[in-house]
Ligand binder design. Sequence first.
Ligand SMILES: Cc1cc2nc3c(=O)[nH]c(=O)nc-3n(C[C@H](O)[C@H](O)[C@H](O)COP(=O)(O)O)c2cc1C
Length: 205
Amino acid sequence: MSLTILDAIKQRKSVSKYQKDAVLDHSTLNELIRLAGCSPSAYNLQNWHFIAVISDEGKALLKAAAFGQPQVETAAATFIVCGQVQAHKTLQKRLSPSVKAGTIPADIANAWVAAASRSHEGNFQLQHEEAIRSGSLAAMTLMYAAQGMGLASGAMGGFDAEQIKKHFPLGDDDIPVMLITVGIPEKNNWPQKERRPVEEILTLA
Ligand SMILES: Cc1cc2nc3c(=O)[nH]c(=O)nc-3n(C[C@H](O)[C@H](O)[C@H](O)COP(=O)(O)O)c2cc1C
């Protein structure tokens, strides 16, 4: 039985201890990424790419790249979530299914492509920021998708990007944004940690 989105938000916590013999089948991996791909992105750029590290050899390489953090080895899968730069160059292709489906009028799609090209071409800071934004949103969706499917997850920013690029099939435009471990949790993980009170983090304007 799947959780409501509110239950998933309330129950998700960062897991680092996984049952190490658990395996995720290909249809589960595909479904997690299909759901992560439902995330929003500027102009619907969909500038993301996911590498599911599931082999023993891949996990050993990833553990070394993640400064020895053991959850990369015990999780059933660790996703290298990448955001992509130069995304304006593939925007026409990304929008064409929505134009064909009648979701976006062709002239609006063309205007979006022109606007994205104007702002992104040669602006590497914006491209980088957009890659981090899209990758981060997709990573969050992936964690909630896992939670909704009864799995546990953990976000990781502690990794050496150069080692990841060296050992895994990232494209030239891929920037590794986050690692997301997914698997079956052991019982001895910490609960979700305490959060700052709303009065401290919300300002009404
Ligand atoms: C961007 C980011 C980077 C993180 N990097 C790591 C990491 O490298 N290793 C780790 O064990 N946890 C990492 N975490 C998990 C955080 O420690 C965790 O989300 C935070 O303590 C809140 O825990 P909770 O959600 O279980 O309450 C990271 C989380 C985020 C969002």
